[in-house]
Design a binder for this molecule. Structure first.
Ligand code: UDP
Ligand code: MG
Length: 317
């Protein structure tokens, strides 16, 4: 096998229904490009027959490499493992559920050859529920505000990276990272191209509403201090506001006498609850950052690879 020029990295989590078609279409479209390639499939602890299908396919096709995790670590950890194993000059990431058509890889590669470091993609006619589309819209806006990285579509994993960018990504050993944003921080020339997007035909989305919220919170706190600063601003504003309210209360007391506003009971309650809310929010937010520091200092590995199928173990020098 010649050294691959294109490495395709695909996270796989319970995708047994999609794998046969994915592998077929991938092979056809990569062979059409006509450059040496490899496909790295990372089995993220699937509980269905995904691993067997992958193992069998890797036995037949020397282009396939399967990295098998010992349990589920999440999509981004899987992509990182794929990055570590990749050897190509251009690395393309893709979802296993065929929502990103493999036929679009040629477009990404062509764009990379114009000299870009990262080529993202924008899903035209996105085939997801209205709710998911709206949520993504909001997330994209907030993310570009908080991180200062201007991208249109963070959620789309059909993206191409140059070897150097991937090396830097692998070197940044943060625990929770969002690959598209991280990559764009390191890359010199970044562009985006429109790609087609298909409906998920088989299997179901691996992201529940709660998981999406979690991901977004991760994204915000791991790339910016905006939430901390925003809390501080809220704190300062409330302090100013409460002073104004105090002035009104004192004036009311002097003018209207001691029975004003049920002797001040309600006002007191309102102010109290408000501050309690602000305080709790601030503490929670601080906790998030402290927890993050705790995770980082432990320096635990991001994932554990059980086996690598389809590649000779590297000869030790
Ligand atoms: N995935 C994964 N680990 C997970 C969740 C998802 O490897 O814990 C993979 C999944 O197999 C798919 C990709 O990540 O290849 C995107 O997942 P999905 O299609 O469910 O996300 P959505 O398209 O709904 O955003
Ligand atoms: Mg999907």
């Amino acid at each position: 096998m010649p050294e691959p020029y294109i490495s395709v990295v695909i996270p796989v989590y319970n995708e047994e229904e999609n794998l046969p078609e994915l592998l077929g279409r991938l092979k056809a479209s990569l062979q059409a490009i006509g450059k040496p390639f490899e496909v790295i499939l990372v089995n993220d602890g699937s509980r269905d027959r995904s691993l067997e299908i992958l193992r069998e396919a890797a036995g037949r096709d020397p282009h396939l490499v399967v990295v098998d995790f010992n349990r589920n670590y999440g999509q981004h950890a899987a992509v990182f493992a794929g990055f570590e194993a990749s050897r190509g000059e251009i690395i393309v990431t893709l979802d296993a559920d065929l929502q990103n058509p493999p036929e679009e890889i040629a477009k990404l590669v062509a764009k990379m050859e114009e000299g870009y470091d990262v080529v993202g993609s924008i899903r035209v006619q996105r085939q997801d529920s209205l709710f998911r589309r709206m949520a993504s819209r909001l997330i994209n806006r907030v993310t570009s505000m908080a991180t200062g990285v201007q991208l249109h579509d963070y959620g789309c994993m059909l993206r191409a990276y140059r070897r150097g960018v991937v090396k830097t990504l692998c070197a940044s050993k943060e625990i929770s990272t969002f690959i598209p944003v991280l990559a764009d921080m390191f890359a010199g020339r970044v562009t985006e191209i429109p790609v087609a997007h298909a409906e998920r035909l088989r299997g179901e989305s691996k992201y529940s509403f709660f998981k999406l919220i979690r991901l977004q919170f991760d994204l915000m706190t791991s790339f910016s201090l905006l939430p901390l600063r925003a809390t501080m601003t809220v704190g300062v504003l409330t302090a100013i506001l409460s002073m104004a309210v105090a002035v009104v209360l004192i004036a009311g007391r002097l003018i209207m006498g001691r029975d004003w506003a049920v002797s001040g009971v309600f006002t007191l309650f309102a102010a109290l609850f408000f501050f309690m809310g602000v305080l709790l929010f601030g503490i929670g937010l601080l906790g998030e950052y402290v927890g993050r520091i705790y995770m980082e200092v432990r320096k635990r590995p991001r994932y554990v690879v059980r086996q690598v199928i389809g590649r000779e173990p590297e000869a030790k020098p």
